[in-house]
Design a protein. Structure first.
Length: 353
């Protein structure tokens, strides 16, 4: 069986679709699973176990100059790559016009079908063309987690029950190349390893106050953790530097490509972060993690059913005390407070090379 997954963006949504791939692998071990995704997220999908071929597109960029020679050439190349195979099932996990168009372009095997969402679910986008293109539209509970939504669509499309256990299948490599250089200081002063503070987010109303980050970092330092500060833009880099100024053991990471950043996160003892793609990567890597919410949306995107991962919600924002208590709880659950556990071994889904 040949299956095409269409999930183009964004980073967190791509991560949330990964457990569906692992479910398919259990139900159809011999299946060939390909995935269409925005090029910027392709390095991450290439780390997802069971994905045979990653077909990268750049719809976000192409729409700004749709008639340019460069765009027309890139589109032809993408279309050839997309239509190289005939699929028994094309599954649109996004439910938008752009994903429906990609599903429609994909070629089907003689008895193949296109599958998609029958309707919108709470807190998620949906556009009517996704329903029109699908030969089979899957009806879902309106109130469901983003991970559960993708798993349910694939299960109904391919005729199996959603497994009770769940895995993201996201692989990372530790102790290699650039990854080995980002966490090299403060070994003696901070014996419990590194905690990454994921402070950056594309939405200003999801941010946590700068002084809160600094206060949390000070508590982590006092408890034997060094602080790692990733960033993905000049603005985030400036914030990272401001946080680091108030800490005894902190390093602002260099700006890393997505695959290298995933590898770097995998070396950490844990992560505390706002609702962002990097926080969802931490969940997928099975790291001890506290996810911060200023909006009551953790039911839809937050960590699921793991004692070493949790979300903290409050308005206007969670307090430092609440986040600190949550970190102590997840760290204790994972055994991260003792040197030689998470800080020195690879978490689930990580290849130690």
């Amino acid at each position: 069986m040949k299956i095409l997954i269409v999930k183009l963006s964004s980073l967190g949504d791509v991560v949330h679709a990964m457990p569906a791939v692992q479910d398919i692998r259990r139900a159809w071990p011999q299946a060939q699973i390909d995935w269409v995704v925005e090029r910027s997220f392709a390095p991450l999908v290439q780390r997802c176990e069971g994905v045979n071929r990653v077909i990268a597109c750049e719809l976000r960029r192409w729409r700004h100059s749709p008639f340019s020679k460069q765009t027309r050439q890139a589109w032809r190349t993408f279309k050839v790559e997309l239509q190289r195979e005939r699929y028994d099932a094309v599954i649109d996990l996004q439910g938008l016009t752009k994903s429906a168009f990609i599903s429609w372009l994909a070629r089907l095997a003689p008895q193949g079908n296109r599958y998609g969402l029958a309707h919108q679910t709470e807190g998620s986008s949906f556009e009517a063309p996704a329903r029109w293109v699908a030969h089979v539209a899957v009806t879902l509970e309106p109130h469901c987690h983003a991970v559960a939504r993708s798993r349910a669509v694939c299960a109904q499309a391919l005729g199996y029950a959603v497994p009770a256990s769940m895995s993201f299948g996201l692989l990372a490599s530790v102790n290699t190349g650039q990854t080995a250089t980002v966490n090299i200081a403060f070994e003696a002063a901070c014996p419990n390893g590194w905690v990454a503070l994921v402070h950056g987010t594309s939405r200003a109303d999801k941010q946590w106050p700068l002084e809160h980050w600094r206060s949390l970092g000070q508590r982590l330092n006092a408890s034997g953790y060094a602080v790692a500060l990733p960033h993905g833009s000049d603005t985030e880099q400036k914030t990272a530097q401001q946080i680091a100024q108030g800490l005894a053991c902190a390093v602002v990471w260099p700006r890393l490509a997505l695959d290298a950043l995933t590898d770097a996160l995998a070396t950490c003892a844990g992560v505390v972060g706002v609702d962002s793609g990097l926080s969802h990567i931490a969940v997928a890597l099975d790291l001890p993690h506290v996810q911060l919410y200023n909006f009551d949306t953790a039911w839809r995107t937050g960590p699921l059913n793991r004692t070493h991962q949790c979300s903290v919600f409050a308005q206007p924002s969670p307090t430092v005390d609440a986040v600190w208590q949550a970190w102590l709880a997840v760290a204790a659950s994972a055994g991260a407070t003792s040197r030689g556990s998470v800080a020195k071994s690879a978490p689930t889904g990580v290849m130690a090379l």
